[in-house]
Design a protein around this ligand. Structure first.
Ligand SMILES: N[C@@H](CCC(=O)N[C@@H](CS)C(=O)NCC(=O)O)C(=O)O
Length: 234
């Protein structure tokens, strides 16, 4: 019998979404426990993740209710660690970890470079209302289009690179299109409309549609809940 898996998650969180995508891609049964980030349970930090962040996985140990975690399960935080661990626990059940070590290295470089290119623009637009937010975000999305070398990011198959960035790109579109963020009203939707009208960004939207069309994504994506939770965090 396989070990029990409990994922502590929050629907709004793109990092947690990475782990959920990996679990769905490998097709394993798991328990999911929603953490209210505005009102975290007292036991969460001491018993699951000292950093008090989602995602975190409780692996193995007895089959207990998620809100009564056992000291006998192994607790593992950090989305990128989980994105690697989950397919490694269930080899041959997904394409997440490319078989070719060179392609795997390229996936890791893709994730690292995406983080450096995208995160400052994400925060400039959504949280800082920076003067040059549009410019920064255009450059970040242009980087995505340029860095993507295959049908998916680094391969014709869905890998950790796509699972790492999809949750951020989908939320970017959702938050901006609905003007949910700490920016001037209308600025987000105007940007998305302009980007959609710009033919040079078509490969970006095609790529995002491809990710959003995967079963694993559809099963883990609740835009209404993401929006509602995001509004409480601004
Ligand atoms: N480096 C972490 C970042 C996770 C993270 O920042 N999660 C946020 C939610 S998106 C969180 O739990 N924040 C704690 C809080 O809001 O109190 C990872 O990749 O898993």
């Amino acid at each position: 019998m396989s070990e029990q898996i409990t994922l502590y998650s929050a629907t709004v969180c793109p990092y947690a979404h990475r782990a959920e995508l990996a679990l769905k891609e490998v097709g394993v049964d798991f328990k999911r426990y929603e953490i209210d980030l505005n009102n975290k349970p007292d036991w969460y930090a001491p018993k699951i993740n000292r950093a008090s962040k989602v995602p975190a996985l409780a692996y193995g140990g007895p089959d207990v209710p998620p809100d009564q975690p056992s000291p006998d399960s192994t607790k593992i935080p950090e989305s990128l660690v989980l994105l690697q661990l989950i397919p490694e626990l269930y080899p041959g059940r997904s394409t997440l970890i490319p078989k070719d070590p060179i392609v795997l290295a390229q996936a890791r470089v893709f994730i690292e470079t995406f983080t450096n290119a995208f995160m400052p623009a994400w925060s400039a637009f959504l949280f800082k209302n920076a003067d040059d937010a549009e410019e920064q975000m255009r450059a970040a999305l242009q980087w995505v289009m340029k860095a993507k070398t295959h049908k998916y990011a680094v391969s014709d198959e869905f890998t950790i690179a796509d699972a790492a960035i999809g949750p951020f790109l989908a939320r970017l579109e959702l938050f901006l299109a609905n003007d949910v963020g700490k920016f001037t009203e209308g600025r987000g939707s105007k940007f998305i409309t302009a980007l959609r009208a710009d033919e040079s960004f078509k490969p970006f939207w095609d790529y995002l549609d491809l990710i959003k069309g995967r079963e694993s994504f559809k099963k883990t994506w609740s835009p209404d809940v993401v929006l509602a939770q995001m509004k409480t965090r601004l």
